[in-house]
Ligand binder design. Structure first.
Ligand code: PEP
Ligand code: MG
Length: 548
């Protein structure tokens, strides 16, 4: 029996069996069950009430039971559930009531604000009473949806592969799966289609070619441990005349930093630090952050660029309630904008990054989602303030920004004047905002197999303008979006004189191999000339891309 499926993270693996979990998305499941969670919370409070020793304690628990059944609260939750996940609806409505209570003069009622928060917590905890089947090492997980949190947990088991119903290769969960070498395939109705699989069905997941095979007729022996995916070729740093082309890794954890070396990464062009928080499950203290930044630096001998926390939209953290309920989070509170609201988040991180640097380990630090000069100045000023407080020299650091909001493409001279020392183009978001297409829902620019669209051509010209401006202002540029992991686009970027490309590490060997051949076959100057001509019309661009 076999199924064709879409590749979300490459790799080929034999899994010893399959486990079907979470047949619906968490939101759907929670939506259907928030009343059941309520009943479970009620039962828990009833049990606590029977065990109380004193009248006062019993009165407190009974007040909590009354609160849990408050008709006004239940109606409010019911209304909110129509527009947001139920746990969030519970927390937000509880907060509304708590704030109202806190504003009252009566100290008794003020005190009830804390109670309602506790009851809301208890109700939310009752959601997780579903028991999911045991996931054993070497199994393939079949599920409707996958979060970053899942990937980080399952990588520790470790599982062999994932088959899921939803997602796109640019979702962060799958970018991390790519780095950790976990093959992922997307199959619609996977949960229903693969019902017959069980913990003992050997299953082959070929996420290089996009198919799943299983069945005892294959005569497959379940492997004892899942084979670790390996890079095929590891190449040295590319040097072409006076130019060095650095092919780097995007990482989000210490194990990924370690693995990046095996893939021949010339350094790390992007540390997605927000996922260090997600894997820890809480906001890391300053000391914890110093420790993890030092570990990353220890694992990577080459240059490392840290990006400060990029929280919001597709990177909301499971342990932080969403920052604000907005109709369009990708256009709302995210990245640098969050720092204006929560300055201590940035301050603590800058302190930790500063303390992780040293005289012989200079650091590059960039700020995410900068969209105007004021945000840049705010972040940089805070960095300089931190250095002054710690009495550390600014010469140990390079301060730069992610270029992923189109407005910054038109502010390069001003940013240069305001001391921006480098820019890293985040094509995942830049393309999303440039063409108004959700990065997680639609194919991006780019794929060897797909025709070059006119939007992709427009984007290529946009990139060229950014590169020209940056060169003019002498701001070094890199690219850390997934565009760099497509060979032809990587060559295109080299032709724009962008010599630092950072990507999911599984793409590094293929990019190094492709670039080293292409750059040997042709001179850099020649490639630059070809690209410049190709950009003069859509037809010529398509032709160059097809021949490149
Ligand atoms: C990008 O937007 O291209 C980028 C590298 O950042 P992230 O994917 O983490 O948003
Ligand atoms: Mg981004």
């Amino acid at each position: 029996m076999h199924w064709q499926a879409e590749i979300l993270s490459p790799g080929v693996v034999w899994a010893s069996g399959a486990v079907i979990i979470r047949p619906e998305t968490p939101e759907t499941k929670d939506n259907a069950h928030w009343r059941e969670a309520h009943a479970r919370a009620q039962a828990r409070l009833d049990t606590i009430a029977t065990k109380t020793q004193t009248d006062t304690d019993r009165a407190i628990v009974e007040a909590q039971i009354a609160m849990l059944n408050d008709p006004e609260w239940l109606t409010r939750v019911e209304n909110l559930v129509a527009t947001m996940p139920p746990r969030q609806a519970i927390i937000e409505s509880a907060e509304e009531f708590a704030i109202t209570l806190e504003q009252l003069a009566d100290p008794y009622l003020k005190q009830r604000a804390q109670d309602i928060r506790e009851v809301a917590d208890l109700w939310c905890q009752a959601f997780s009473d579903w028991t999911e089947p045991m996931i054993r090492p070497g199994m393939a997980v079949v599920t409707a949806s996958v979060s970053v949190h899942d990937i980080l947990q399952w990588a520790d088991i470790p599982i062999a592969a994932i088959i899921c119903e939803q997602g796109s290769p640019l979702m962060h969960a799958f970018l991390i799966a790519q780095n950790l070498g976990i093959p992922v395939l997307k199959l619609s109705s996977a949960v229903a289609n693969l019902q017959s699989l069980n913990a003992d069905t050997p299953i082959k997941i070929d996420a290089d070619r996009g198919y799943i095979e299983f069945g005892t007729e294959l005569g497959l022996e379940p492997p004892s441990t899942p084979p670790a995916p390996r890079p095929d070729v590891v190449l040295d740093t590319l040097h072409v005349g006076h130019v060095t082309v650095e092919v780097m890794a995007n990482i989000s954890s210490v194990p990924e930093a370690t693995r990046s070396q095996a893939f021949g990464a010339d350094g790390v062009g992007l540390v997605r630090t927000e996922f260090l928080l997600e894997s820890a499950g809480h906001l890391l203290s300053q000391d914890e952050q110093v420790d993890v930044y030092r570990q990353i630096l220890h694992e990577v001998p080459g240059p490392v660029t840290f990006r400060t926390f990029d929280i919001g939209s597709d990177k909301s953290l499971s342990f932080l309630p969403s920052l604000a309920q907005e109709p369009n989070p990708a256009l709302g509170q995210r990245g640098a904008r969050v720092y204006l609201q929560y300055p201590d988040l940035l301050r603590t991180q800058l302190m930790a990054l500063a303390l992780a640097a040293s005289n012989n380990r200079h650091l590059s630090v960039m700020f995410p989602m900068i969209s105007n000069l004021e945000e840049w100045q705010y972040c940089r000023n805070m960095a300089l303030q931190v250095l002054r407080e710690l009495n550390l020299p600014n010469s140990w650091f390079h301060w730069g920004l992610m270029m992923e909001v189109p407005s910054v493409a038109f502010l390069i001279p001003e940013l240069s004047q305001a001391q921006a020392q480098f820019g890293s183009i985040g094509t995942n978001d830049l393309y999303q905002y440039f063409v108004a297409q959700d990065r997680e829902k639609t194919p991006q620019v780019i794929s060897n197999s797909e025709a070059i669209s006119t939007e992709a051509y427009a984007f290529a010209k946009f990139l060229k303008d950014i590169a020209s401006q940056a060169h003019h202002q002498k701001i070094p540029l890199s690219v850390c979006g997934q565009l760099a992991s497509e060979p032809k686009w990587a060559l295109f970027l080299i032709a724009l004189k962008i010599y630092r490309l950072s990507m999911s590490m599984s793409s590094i060997p293929k990019i190094k191999e492709y670039l080293s051949h292409r750059i040997q076959d042709d001179t850099l100057v020649n490639i630059e000339r070809q690209v410049s001509t190709a950009l003069s019309s859509y037809q010529q661009f398509v032709q160059w891309m097809n021949e490149a």
